[in-house]
Design a protein around this ligand. Structure first.
Ligand code: PGA
Length: 245
């Protein structure tokens, strides 16, 4: 299975900056073994669509849980599909934390994403206090179960331990694999044989120098990357690091 390198810009880059980033990437990018996708802020998606090199796809960081209508400020899955977006992150821990998103809302979003022909990247992962109590597997699987309620198998799951996001503290490859394997077996229970085709990403302080060891683990099929997605040399470094994996 091809690794997926999902570049989560979060709330960074104006449309002009996105254009420059895409131009710089285009100069040196060579498609390798990984599939790359930029999870862009809504307002930069069009700028990227016109400037990304072949082999790099478009993604979004969130979507409305409603189909259309009187929801001021929201962006629908149909709008994203029309822009050429392929993947949509749902349930990122920052949305859960700062916007109070529940598992049920995350599942509603994921279902609408799928109904519009796009692939949701459903994020789960424990906070530090949960890990300190050794409850990371149970907690993450409970979150996963609620977030996938009614969601089809055409999905990507991102395991992102909250304590590792933006902190420089990466889970060890062994710890990432522990959770990825637990997630895989929960997906098998839910989707049967189709579970073996579902990509499980790791996220949390991934960089060019640690991505290979994490993605080499049998149940990890790529990474969701925040900080290291902003600079083109880091992205090229990660793409290169995934070449032989
Ligand atoms: P980070 O963010 O790579 O900056 O830790 C990952 C994420 O939040 O998706």
């Amino acid at each position: 299975m091809k690794n997926l390198l999902a570049l989560n810009w979060k709330m960074n880059k104006t449309p002009s900056e996105a254009r420059s980033w895409a131009a710089e990437l285009s100069e040196r990018f060579e498609a390798g073994n990984a599939e790359l996708v930029v999870m862009a802020p809504f307002v930069t998606i069009s700028a990227l669509a016109a400037n990304l090199p072949a082999g790099v796809g478009l993604g979004a960081q969130d979507v409305s849980a409603h189909e259309s209508g009187a929801y001021t400020g929201e962006t629908s899955a149909a709008m994203l599909a029309d822009l050429g977006v392929g993947y949509v992150v749902v349930g990122h821990s920052e949305r859960r934390e700062y916007h109070g998103e529940t598992d049920a809302e995350v599942a509603a979003k994921a279902k609408l994403v799928q109904a519009n022909g796009l692939v949701p990247i459903v994020c789960v992962g424990e906070k530090l206090d949960v890990r300190e109590k050794g409850q990371q597997v149970a907690s993450t699987l409970a979150q996963l179960s609620g977030s996938l309620e009614g969601v089809g198998a055409d999905v990507v799951v991102a395991y992102e331990p909250v304590w590792a996001i933006g902190t420089g503290k990466t889970a060890t490859a062994v710890a990432a694999e522990e959770l990825a394997a637990a997630i895989r077996s929960a997906l098998e229970t839910r989707y049967g044989k189709k579970a073996s085709d579902i990509r499980i990403l790791y996220g949390g302080s991934v960089k060019p120098d640690n991505i290979a060891s994490i993605c080499a683990k049998p149940n990890v099929n790529g990474a969701l990357v925040g900080g290291a997605s902003l600079k083109v040399p880091d992205v090229l470094g990660m793409n290169e690091a995934l070449k032989d994996i």
